[in-house]
Ligand binder design. Structure first.
Ligand SMILES: NC(=O)c1ccc[n+]([C@@H]2O[C@H](COP(=O)([O-])OP(=O)(O)OC[C@H]3O[C@@H](n4cnc5c(N)ncnc54)[C@H](O)[C@@H]3O)[C@@H](O)[C@H]2O)c1
Length: 255
């Protein structure tokens, strides 16, 4: 049987890199869809060196035409996609009232519109394959910032809140095809993105405060986030849809 095909946006770094590695271990054929071709190629080399299967494709999730080209390339080769992980994202920390409106545009374009673009382009293929195989998954990497808000990350929080609401709506729309849609909300995790946030004036203070107020007193590891994605992507999670799970050491707790 051909392996299931996973399309992981932002898979060239940080959480996406770890998610890609975990899915390769779970026997997916993993497609890294990222703007950073060199880093994508290095993740694919890493996967191949550990016996995993995968490839990379250039994809700017904020540009629907770029997503269409990447999707056509992959569906042309593999006949379709079974799992979409909408992970690409970034933040520009700072107080909202001191921010540049152009920054909100770029954050929303990638974090929220990127999720909509990739879902719009790839969900028809996932749904079509799922109607035949019974397997189809979308996992969206949101953030605890989108559940409870985050000082210094207002536009980012708004975009992530949008991702969570979008996931629930798509879970309802795609249920008839048996495709599940769930959101993973990391709290602060050790990745290049948080390294960059630490370098910003407000960012270092923000990250220290985050660690102090987290009950388990540390940041998440990328592998811990990848493990939840692996669960949502698994056959065991076939009856779990529209859910939002925080991986944040207890930073936020929801009933
Ligand atoms: N690191 C954290 O603490 C944390 C916490 C909560 C949520 N998140 C979310 O997890 C996801 C991954 O974050 P990370 O920390 O691994 O970041 P990262 O910067 O390490 O990696 C992000 C990846 O996304 C890619 N990317 C950026 N813009 C893109 C675009 N337009 N199209 C395609 N790819 C693009 C980058 O090239 C990079 O490879 C993001 O959505 C982020 O918001 C991260």
């Amino acid at each position: 049987m051909d392996p299931r095909v996973a399309f992981v946006t932002g898979g060239a770094s940080g959480l996406g890199r770890s998610i890609a590695g975990r899915l390769a271990t779970d026997d997916f054929h993993v497609v890294i869809a990222d703007i950073s071709d060199a880093d994508s190629a290095s993740v694919v080399d890493e996967m191949h060196s550990t016996g995993g299967a995968g490839e990379w494709v250039h994809c700017d999730v904020g540009d629907i035409d770029s997503v269409r080209v990447a999707a056509e390339q992959i569906t042309g080769t593999h006949g379709g996609v079974d799992l979409l992980v909408n992970n690409a994202g970034f933040d520009i920390p700072g107080f909202f009232l001191e921010s540049d409106p152009r920054d909100w545009d770029s954050i929303v374009k990638v974090v929220m519109m990127g999720t909509l673009n990739c879902t719009f382009v790839l969900a028809p293929s996932i749904a079509e394959r799922c109607r035949a195989s019974g397997y189809g998954r979308i996992v969206n990497i949101a953030s605890d910032a989108g559940r409870v808000g985050s000082m210094g990350e207002a536009a980012y929080s708004a975009a992530k809140g949008g991702v969570i609401a979008f996931s629930k709506s798509m879970a309802r729309e795609l249920a008839r095809d048996r495709v599940t849609v769930n959101s993973v909300c990391p709290g602060p995790a050790e990745t290049p993105m948080t390294d960059r946030i630490r370098q910003a004036p407000l960012g270092a203070k923000l990250m220290t405060q985050m660690e102090q107020v987290t009950p388990l007193k540390r940041l998440a590891t990328p592998a811990e986030v990848a493990a939840i994605v692996s669960y949502f992507a698994s056959d065991d999670a076939a009856f779990t849809t529209g859910q939002t799970v925080s991986i944040s050491g207890g930073l936020s707790m929801h009933g």
